[in-house]
Design a protein around this ligand. Structure first.
Ligand code: UDP
Ligand code: MN
Length: 320
């Protein structure tokens, strides 16, 4: 039987760091599957060397150079660059079945059972649950499907400008046809769920198997103090701080030493601040108008001033 693989994608060094952490998390949870990373031409030699140590298969995909149907499709829709690159995963026909995972995901438990599922299996998107989130999905590599996907992409584009719009357009009966293709949310638990349904997160969050740092701020957008084991930056406004700390613990403990070996004497910025000293993480003080605005944008300070306990206290005082 042909092999099965987890597949991710990194077109630059930032996402490559995400891919390194993801690969390490899959290995640490003892996956029996192969690990494949698709990289773009802008990924540095040092990052490639580290990816080679973590992944079984590092494949360069350059949609612009490929000179085939992908190239032609790309010429017609230059706006969908990274999307075309992600669709490349269907060309991995050396493998019989794969699970694609975004480079901004982290595995917190073994998930090899996903290979029992059929194409296209995915978890609902928290923003619009009749669409699937394309950060984690089960697929069957096939050049035929790849061709049809490119054609669909060129003709219909993407309703959201990214791969999720294309894939939901193409696998358009996902919401209604077969419930076994709905992965439980714990296989793609996005941080946004904490904001939109806090009691459910409190009840089920601990069952998460895959955490997805979806949105503009990625784990590598922060900095980290390894001595105090603290993530610095606007931590409360982002993902679940505990999972963010888990990402940084893995990155600083297992990935940074590998990067340091590759960079040698050359300077490179790991994001770890060894000499940050004893200073406290920057606490920004906000006016209540600013706070209201942030709340309304879904950026409450859940671990600080807007924490569940604080809100409860306020309600108690109010009700008395
Ligand atoms: N990606 C990439 N380079 C980019 C943007 C995206 O390699 O410049 C890949 C990466 O694997 C990433 C995935 O495409 O995880 C989807 O993008 P992202 O995770 O940023 O989208 P979100 O999940 O926040 O919607
Ligand atoms: Mn993502």
């Amino acid at each position: 039987m042909a092999e099965q693989a987890f597949v991710t994608l990194a077109t630059n060094d930032s996402y490559a760091r995400g891919a390194m952490v993801l690969g390490k998390s899959l290995r640490n949870h003892k996956t029996s599957k192969k690990l494949v990373v698709l990289i773009g031409p802008h990924v540095s030699d040092q990052s490639r060397a580290v990816l080679h140590k973590i992944y079984d298969d590092v494949r360069l995909v350059d949609v612009l150079d490929s000179g085939d149907t992908a190239h032609l499709a790309m010429m017609k829709r230059p706006d969908l660059g990274v999307t075309f690159t992600k669709l490349h995963c269907w060309t991995l026909t050396h493998y019989s079945k794969c699970v694609f995972m975004d480079a901004d995901t982290l595995v917190v438990s073994n998930i090899d059972e996903l290979f029992d599922r059929e194409e296209l299996s995915a978890a609902p998107d928290p923003g619009w649950p009749d669409c699937f989130n394309s950060g984690v999905f089960v697929f069957i590599p096939s050049n035929e499907t790849y061709g049809r996907l490119l054609q669909f992409c060129t003709e219909h584009g993407s309703f959201d400008g990214g791969d999720q719009g294309v894939l939901n357009g193409f696998f358009s009966d996902w919401a209604t046809a077969d419930i076994t293709k709905h992965l439980p949310f714990i296989y793609n638990m996005s941080s946004i769920a904490i904001y939109t349904y806090l009691p459910a997160f409190k009840q089920y969050g601990a069952n998460a198997k895959v955490v997805h740092f979806l949105g503009a701020t990625k784990p590598w957008s922060y900095t980290y103090d390894p001595r105090q084991r603290r993530v610095r930056g606007d931590v409360a406004a982002a993902a679940h701080p505990g999972f963010l700390l888990e990402w940084w613990t893995l990155y600083s403990g297992e990935v940074v030493p590998m990067l340091m070996r590759e960079y040698g004497d050359q300077p490179f910025c790991s994001g770890c601040e060894e000499d940050a000293g004893e200073s406290e993480p920057v606490q920004t003080l906000m006016s209540s108008a600013e706070r209201k605005q942030r709340w309304e944008q879904g950026q409450a300070d859940y671990m600080g001033i807007d924490s569940f306990d604080n809100i409860q206290k306020k309600l108690d005082v109010f009700l008395k």
